[in-house]
Design a protein around this ligand. Structure first.
Ligand code: GDP
Length: 372
């Protein structure tokens, strides 16, 4: 990583992911390299340093922020004699814990097997695997060849199963008829579920962890007598494992087939601009970037306070500027209707509802031009 601030943010996010998976982080290690070592990702001096720390402090797992190649993973485990997880493995584990519907579970299982297949010769199979824990589900070393075949069979079975459910879900979407469909999009943890709850008065699971939402939820929302469907989609995250991008196709279909995107950003997060960028990137990848969109900047209640110190009221954003000043930047000038709210305190809700109403109405009218 080039930039110091970025590095801290990335490590914060990784720590948050680890926390979501149920781990406690003891120490961070960073290293500046022009490019990762092809054999061990980090340099051998750093690997030695981590190994010693792990031994001394009886650390159970070392987590890397990038996806490691199968051989890097193997070499590192051999060298450091500890269980290694990479970012992909960690995210897959969280998804596995949180998948609720059979569809989501099937998707995660498929993604896990796809991740596992090239990594079957891993070392930690003989290291304390009985203890279980994050990323410890998988076959043992001796049965590897048989396991490979079984896993390939399993993968094609899961793919068939997903195809069937995909077709069913497509039919369900078609049956929803001509009611306008809006989809909440936004980086994970920005407040999409909270907003969904506030708008639909239903109880969607919201908590301060990454990926509280895994399965798509659809709710009927009525604003000023105008009903529409609101979908809460899976949290977008930087470097979403490719296995998941592929297998969460159907979740993204909800976005692809929505009439209106409601893009939520967490303005209290120091790297929210990057998060917005990363969501836009994904929207582009699935060809959904030309849809009508509303930008909602959420958590204005939490905006200017330094979260590390409750008494310190100095602005904590990296640019140290106020909300009013923010509004004069690209955010206020966006080509999309833009609103600043707090889903928690419901500040500016009337303005937001009006904005959503107007956009939904535009689509509604284009669909039923002769009504009224
Ligand atoms: P999602 O992952 O985008 O669905 O985010 P959630 O709705 O699960 O919210 C993530 C966390 O942010 C939860 O702890 C929420 O209580 C919190 N949150 C959501 N909206 C606001 C807000 O307007 N202000 C503040 N301070 N916190 C919020």
């Amino acid at each position: 990583h080039q930039d110091e601030d970025k590095l801290t943010e990335y490590m914060d996010e990784l720590e948050f992911l680890a926390f979501t998976a149920g781990a406690t982080v003891q120490k961070r290690f960073t290293q500046k390299l022009t490019q990762p070592d092809s054999k061990t990702f980090i340099g051998s001096g750093k690997a030695q340093e981590i190994k010693e720390y792990v031994k001394e402090n009886e650390i159970g797992t070392v987590i890397f922020d990038d996806e490691l190649s199968p051989s890097q993973l193997k070499n590192l485990e051999r060298e450091m004699e500890v269980k290694i997880l990479d970012r992909t493995n960690l995210i897959l584990d969280i998804f596995a814990q949180r998948a609720q519907t059979s569809y989501a579970r099937t998707q995660v299982e498929l993604a896990q097997y796809q991740y596992l297949l090239p990594r079957l010769t891993r070392m930690w199979t003989h290291l304390e695997r009985q203890k279980g824990g994050i990323g410890m589900r998988g076959p043992g070393e001796t049965e590897i060849e048989t396991d490979r075949r079984i896993i390939r069979d399993r993968i094609s079975l899961l793919k068939d199963k997903l195809k069937t459910i995909d077709r069913q879900m497509a039919t369900q979407r078609n049956n929803r008829g001509k009611v306008v469909r809006a989809a909440l999009v936004g980086y994970t943890n920005v407040g999409k579920s909270t907003l969904m709850n506030a708008l639909s008065k239903s109880e969607v699971f919201a908590e301060n962890k990454l990926f509280a939402t895994l399965d798509t939820t659809v709710r009927k929302v009525v604003i000023g007598n105008l009903p529409f469907l609101l979908t809460d989609t899976v949290g977008f995250i930087r470097k979403l494992p490719t296995q998941l991008v592929e297998s969460f196709k159907s979740t993204l279909d909800e976005v692809r087939e929505a009439d209106l995107l409601i893009h939520v950003a967490d303005i209290s997060h120091e790297s929210f601009e990057d998060q917005v960028e990363s969501v836009n990137q994904t929207l582009m990848e699935i060809n959904a970037h030309q849809k009508p969109m509303i930008m909602i900047f959420n958590k204005i209640d939490d905006f200017s306070y330094d979260k590390k110190d409750e008494d310190d009221l100095t602005p904590s954003t990296k640019k140290n500027i106020s909300l009013e000043e923010w509004k004069k930047t690209w955010m206020g000038k966006s080509k999309y209707p833009t609103v600043f709210i707090s889903a928690l305190t419901k500040e500016n809700f009337p303005e937001m509802k009006k904005m959503i109403y107007d956009e939904v109405m535009k689509i509604h009218i284009s669909r039923f031009p002769y009504n009224d």
